[in-house]
Design a protein around this ligand. Structure first.
Ligand code: HEM
Length: 408
């Protein structure tokens, strides 16, 4: 019996000693700081400053004062702004598992909470597969004649007019978005209803969220409701006629999960239709607009791009035959101009992420992350300020055989 007591007491003593040693050798808890920066006024934060200043002044001035990571308060959210490629890589690549996509609540409400952007897991993967297949090369190839016809009709309608490139491109990309989602089966009246309400939502999307009647945000929410109603009617009509089409709406309506039981609800379809329209429209229109501007500012490059395009135009009997899919694949210089425009213009201004676990980076702790792309892209070493020099350098890296002609 005595021996048992001795063993017990020795075990307790050894364990206590070990625990004491462990406590002594454990590093003291690190003191993490919140990122520097100002949260501005209560409730509105720094939103008013952002909207009254040029974003290219608002952000760089804070970056100069606080560094590459700073906090602020915009559109009702306290957020952490990231302005370096290294921090962006940390959030989106190396430590992506610590974050989930998130948007300011005001934007989530306008787009619709069931849209792909606000989800992860199986639902996100399923919607993503459907959306991706709607813009797959095979699908775009099939839609080529309609896309070509829409672009040619728009160009003809411009004759002799002075117009805003961005607005014209928004209209064109909206029409193509409608084509991908609803196919060629919408009446002109439906298209007009969709256009009118969509552009009212668009006007209020970036406004301060308020329920005051007549404000852009409130008008946007009302138009969004009408859009939902129109989407519902179109779905009802299709169900009534028992018709299936080769378009994204039918893919959404006919999707079944692996077990065959689960399908998308009306709200899920409606929010994702709006989400896809929104994701496709402004981005594409902005890229084309910036491309027109950069080419206008670089006459030599413009001349080379025109040569490339005119050669195809002449092969097609000066526009008598439509542009083919193969021809869209063999415009190397035009493709390079598009890629460089994407990098330089950073048309997606921000990417939002919310931390799902404690995040520690360079002694700072975060609760969310907003990557500002223009600041990130502008820091790549190959960047030069003018399209002419940046373009020429980058194109020479991409296409050695053409660099001479572009640089000279
Ligand atoms: C040049 C044009 C485009 C640019 C620059 C662009 C850029 C982007 C970026 C940066 C994201 C990621 C946002 C984030 O992670 O927070 C994104 C997501 C997305 N884009 Fe685009 N996009 C373009 C065109 C389109 C088009 C034509 C569609 C139409 C189908 C589309 C549909 C989507 C969707 C559905 C998502 C969400 C994907 C997900 O959550 O997994 N985009 N886009």
């Amino acid at each position: 019996m005595e021996i048992v007591y001795i063993i017990l007491i020795s075990t307790v003593l050894i364990l206590s000693f070990l625990s004491y040693l462990l406590k002594r050798t454990k590093p003291p808890a690190k003191k993490l700081r919140l990122p520097p920066g100002s949260l501005g006024w209560p409730y509105v934060g720094e939103t008013l400053q952002l909207f009254s200043e040029d974003p290219n002044v608002f952000f760089p001035s804070r970056q100069k004062r606080y560094g590459e990571i700073f906090k602020t308060h915009l559109l009702g959210c306290t957020c952490v702004m990231l302005a370096s490629p290294e921090a962006a890589r940390f959030v989106l690549v190396s430590q992506a598992h610590l974050f989930k996509p998130t948007y300011p609540p005001s934007k989530e409400k306008v787009i619709g909470p069931s849209a792909i952007f606000f989800h992860d897991g199986d639902y996100h993967a399923a919607v993503r597969r459907l959306v991706q297949s709607s813009i797959s090369p095979e699908n775009i190839r099939r839609l080529m004649p309609h896309i070509g016809a829409a672009a040619a009709a728009m160009l003809r309608s411009w004759d002799g007019q002075v117009l805003s490139t961005f607005h014209a491109m928004k209209k064109l990309s909206f029409d193509i978005g409608i084509l991908v989602i609803f196919g060629q089966h919408l009446s002109e009246q439906r298209k007009n209803e969709l256009t009118k309400n969509y552009f009212t939502v668009d006007k209020g999307y970036n406004s301060f969220a308020t329920a005051i009647p007549g404000t852009p945000y409130n008008n946007a929410m009302k138009a969004r409701k009408r859009l939902k109603e129109i989407f519902r009617e179109i779905m009802e009509e299709r169900r009534g006629r028992r018709t299936s089409h080769d378009d994204l709406l039918s893919d959404f309506m006919e999707w079944r999960d692996d077990g065959g039981g689960g399908k998308l609800t009306g709200d899920q379809i409606s929010d994702n239709i709006f989400g896809v329209l929104y994701a496709a429209q402004d981005t594409t229109a902005s890229v084309i607009t910036w491309m027109v501007k950069y080419l206008h500012d670089d006459p030599q490059l413009l001349h080379r791009v025109k040569e490339e395009q005119m050669a195809i135009y002449e092969t097609n009997g000066c526009g008598r035959q439509p542009l083919t899919w193969a021809q869209t694949r063999s415009m190397p210089l035009t493709h390079s101009v598009i890629s460089e425009t994407l990098r330089m213009a950073s048309v997606i201004a921000y990417t939002y992420r919310e931390a799902v676990a404690d995040v520690e980076y360079k002694g700072l702790k975060w609760w969310d992350a907003t990557v500002r792309w223009s600041t990130v892209h502008s820091q790549y070493p190959s960047t030069a300020s003018a399209f002419a020099s940046a373009g020429a350098k980058r194109f020479s890296a991409v296409m050695p055989h053409q660099s001479q002609a572009i640089v000279n």
